[in-house]
Design a protein around this ligand. Structure first.
Ligand code: P5A
Ligand code: ZN
Length: 478
């Protein structure tokens, strides 16, 4: 990297500008691909993606199986579930030709894979002994989004769609799975140090074809929410459509009950946005592509000695399982600091002649906390630095969300709160009142049954009509 390239990022206070600039400066995404809503992962971004999705796989692999279904869905399968197709028809890309010949059956690029997977489930599920069935895949999906597209946030090709599809004997068993999926997503976001708010989406905002939808939201730096995961109870709607039946213990044929739940690269958008600062990315140790960077301070004579020391540190840390890199490029240390700060590396180790003489390494976290680590207790020292760094990141993120959730008991208070955050509001549950709130504040009722560490019960007169209401989450979202 030429040192001339060191422009400053826009301040994070201007979140949109900051986000767009960071994506290319930190080499996450290149937005210059000539199709709207499609973006390119740089190698660095892709290694971040791999680490994030490895964490997700690890959680799922406890009791799910990974599989892979086709990208193309025949029109007659996609059209089978009436509500589902109604929800997606405006967003589907169609393949109509093979070469120059029109196809007999139009093929959809999957907007999500219910209609690719469930015809196969109808063949696979025979008996209660086959259930529960829990399968996931990580694939690209296509949605012709008409709202403003944004890298990692609103894509027309979602490149990293993790979708799980489960089949159960009873509605209650599927509901238990909804709970397990929420717990799994909580655990996933803990590893990314991203605080979440869980709620039940209003009827009109549920997944097309679902009984109900539980959503996982986070609060972005500008106070708008981002839906970073959803869990849907599908009841027996799809099993009736696709004839997914099983023989119960008594030998009767019964319709199965299903759930599905998904996460996309919005998880990475949240990770980047939650923690980053004016100098670039800040990554928690778990997903960071490089966890520790070693910078040899080789000014002066003892260059070889310092290089050897840096190499020894790298060997020892790599041996202990850390993702570590020595930056021995022939540029100023300051330029290296800038470079690795932009890429969010949690811990920088500096080694110079003075450190060698003192039997230590200078450790600086990406949040600027400096300490000395004894060379002969390197692994323990680095482990400690990274753990306390992760704890601080989590605390910082939680403070952000905590200070951006307010309580409102009137429309004016809602209006004031949603300018830079979300708010808990008494709401009677009616569509009319939700519409009125939206009209007056440009913020939507995101959900009820709110589950968050910052929850306050605000049951009382609905902010729109004054009838008895219970706690709803209201905010402007991406
Ligand atoms: C659940 C998995 C589904 O599609 N079918 C299989 C269900 N749900 S969903 O809510 O429509 O999508 C799941 C999550 O994907 C993210 N997402 C997107 N991310 C980026 N760009 C998009 N255009 C996009 N659309 C949805 C959301 O986080 C959503 O919760
Ligand atoms: Zn009301």
């Amino acid at each position: 990297m030429a040192e001339e390239d060191q422009g400053a990022l826009p301040s994070k206070g201007d979140f949109s500008a900051w986000y767009n600039e960071l994506l290319w400066r930190a080499e996450i995404m290149d937005v210059r691909y000539p199709v709207k809503g499609l973006y390119v992962w740089y190698p660095f971004g892709f290694s971040l993606r791999r680490n994030v999705y490895d964490l997700l796989r690890l959680l799922l692999d406890r009791d799910h199986q990974e599989a892979l279904f086709p990208l193309l869905i025949p029109e007659h399968e996609l059209a089978k579930e009436a509500e589902h197709i109604k929800g997606f028809e405006d967003e589907v890309y169609w393949v109509t030709h093979g070469g120059l010949s029109p196809l007999d059956v139009k093929l959809a690029l999957r907007p999500t894979s219910e209609c690719a997977i469930y015809p196969m489930y109808a063949l696979w599920v025979r008996s209660h002994a086959d259930l529960p069935l829990k399968i996931y895949q990580i694939v690209n999906t296509f949605r012709y989004e008409t709202k403003h597209t944004r890298p990692l946030i609103r894509l027309r090709e979602i490149t990293s769609f993790k979708e799980a599809h489960t089949v159960h004997t009873t509605w209650e068993d599927a509901e238990r799975q909804v709970g397990e999926a929420i717990a799994l997503y909580r655990e996933f976001y803990e590893k990314l140090c991203v605080p979440v708010i869980i709620s039940r989406r209003p009827e009109w905002d549920k997944f097309p074809g679902a009984d109900y939808t539980m959503a996982v939201d986070t609060v972005m730096p500008d106070g708008r929410t981002l839906q970073i995961g959803t869990v849907h109870h599908l009841g027996d709607h799809f099993s009736k459509t696709f004839q997914i039946t099983y023989e119960d213990v008594a030998g009767e044929q019964r319709f199965a009950h299903q759930t599905c739940y998904g996460i996309s690269e919005r998880s990475i958008a949240a990770l980047i946005s939650m923690h980053g600062d004016d100098r670039g990315l800040i990554l928690p140790p778990d997903p960071a592509p490089v966890q520790v960077v070693v910078i040899p301070i080789t000014i002066g004579k003892r260059k070889d000695e310092v290089s050897a020391e840096a190499a020894g540190i790298e060997r020892e840390l790599a041996g202990a399982g850390f993702r570590v890199k020595v930056d021995s490029r022939d540029i100023r240390p300051g330029a290296k600091y800038y470079y690795w700060e932009m890429r969010g590396v949690p811990l920088r180790l500096e080694v110079g002649p003075r450190d060698i003489d003192a039997g230590q390494v200078t450790a600086v976290t990406r949040l600027g906390e400096k300490s000395q680590v004894a060379r002969d207790a390197l692994v323990a020292g680095v482990t400690g630095c990274l753990a306390s760094f992760a704890a601080t990141l989590k605390e910082r993120a939680e403070a952000h969300v905590r200070t951006h959730i307010r309580v409102s008991r009137s429309m004016d208070e809602v209006l004031a709160a949603v300018g830079d955050g979300v708010t808990l509001v008494p709401w009677c549950g009616s569509r009319e009142c939700a519409d009125l709130i939206e009209e007056k504040t440009r913020a939507a009722v995101l959900g009820t049954d709110v589950r968050s560490a910052y929850l306050v019960d605000v049951s009382g007169p609905c902010v729109a009509c004054g009838k008895q209401g219970s706690t709803a989450l209201v905010g402007r979202s991406y």
